[in-house]
Design a protein around this ligand. Structure first.
Ligand code: SF4
Length: 391
């Protein structure tokens, strides 16, 4: 989901790469990248090489709490174990291809993911929090009409290591303490890709983000944003405890079919039922966040705001209105500020919590996915090419 990162289309200000002391781990053919293993998998791997399972906890702490990617620096491990780790495993962060920095503190990294492929990861600092927006796929097949990433089509899913390593990379690049002075307080799956279409990698990645020996992020500080893959919303609820955001953008099926084509497969009635199930019976108060990109003359009328209020009435919901960020070849325009305010006013008048997202990083790049799209060729695959099914 790319709607978190709505930055205005201004001339990009790039800074040279590789200034952060980040280095790719040495290539080791056949070696397992430890970023890809949650605690259970790591324990199994260690049992396989005759090591005690609790070694997994120690090594996770080195990687995620202390930011160490070099086995030689893991000083409480024996020399023999370090040698055996080096023979079988790597801790390999992604390679930085490009970086942009905004005067407001927003930072955008383009990370190399295999040969000729790249993804974007964005850090957005705010009062008392730092949100990292990460990618789950290279490109996206969901074909949302207003989305820059959709222009690229889907290239492939990221694996667990490629998802988790974005957070490690960003924490390192931001220079924070991995334990006490956390710069990254929240992680949102709103970068390139539909995370629930990569469910198999998403779940172990979330487990690592939330593990006390991993990044230790609390339940509400990890958000999965989906365009509405209904069966996977139910599965997500069973597997992990995270915040949920829905890329909604329209209050009726006719308009949503046009803006978010997955709606033709899982219409609003099914999606809303899935959202009710997601929040039902939680032991903590939970809202689903509904993202609504404001498109001039398309979905921003007061009448549609009233329809939206009716749709969400009685549900634990928060609406996040997102001023559209234009990109080349788009047919949409950003709603006028007064239209956005009027829309929000209608929602609030109906007791729906509504906020308008501030645009961030206005002096750097454009919409999520656009920078990568400029530099890499995509092998286009779209929604109609890819069967969406529960594995
Ligand atoms: S096309 Fe993909 S990345 Fe873009 S908004 Fe839709 S689901 Fe998100």
């Amino acid at each position: 989901m790319s709607s978190e990162v709505q930055t205005d289309s201004m001339p990009a200000v790039s800074v040279p790469v590789a200034k952060d002391g980040l280095r790719p781990a040495p290539a080791a053919s056949g070696a397992t990248n430890l970023f890809g293993l949650d605690r259970l998998s790591l324990r199994e791997q260690f049992a396989g090489i005759g090591e005690k399972p609790w070694r997994a906890d120690q090594i996770m702490q080195w990687i995620y709490r202390r930011g160490v990617d070099d086995f030689a620096a893991m000083s409480n491990l024996s020399r023999d174990l370090r040698a055996r780790l080096e023979a079988s495993f790597v801790v390999r962060p992604p390679q930085l291809l490009a970086e942009q920095r905004s005067v407001d503190g927003t930072r955008k990294w383009v990370l190399r993911i295999g040969e000729g492929q790249a993804i974007e990861t964005v850090f957005i600092p705010d009062k008392g929090r730092g949100t990292l927006c990460i990618s789950s796929q290279v490109g996206c097949a969901m074909d949302c009409a207003f989305c820059s990433t959709a222009q690229q089509g889907l290239n492939r899913n990221l694996d667990v290591a490629e998802i988790v390593a974005q957070v490690w990379f960003a924490a390192k690049a931001l220079g924070g303490d991995f334990q006490n002075e956390r710069v990254i307080s929240n992680v949102v799956f709103m970068g390139m890709g539909e995370p629930l279409a990569n469910y198999g990698a998403l779940i172990p990645a979330i487990r690592i983000l939330q593990d006390d020996f991993g990044f230790g992020l609390s339940k509400r500080r990890v958000t999965v944003s989906t365009s509405g893959l209904v069966p996977f919303i139910d599965r997500l609820r069973e597997a992990v405890d995270t915040a949920l955001a829905i890329s909604l953008h329209a209050p009726d099926d006719t308009l949503r079919n046009e803006l978010v084509p997955i709606n033709r497969k899982y219409p609003l009635a099914e999606l809303m039922d899935a959202c009710r199930r997601y929040t039902a019976g939680r032991d903590h108060k939970m809202h689903v966040v509904y993202e609504y990109v404001m498109l001039d003359g398309v979905n921003d009328s007061p009448a549609l705001a009233r329809d939206l209020a009716r749709l969400l009435g009685g549900m634990p919901a928060k609406v996040n209105l997102i001023p559209f960020n234009p990109f080349p070849q788009t047919r949409f325009r950003r709603s006028r500020p007064e239209a956005i305010e009027a829309f929000a006013g209608v929602l609030r008048g109906k007791n729906i919590l509504a906020t308008t997202r501030r645009t961030r990083g206005e002096d750097i790049d454009a919409a999520c996915g656009q920078l990568v799209g400029k530099v890499l060729n995509k092998q286009k695959r779209r929604l109609s090419d890819i069967p969406v099914r529960v594995a």
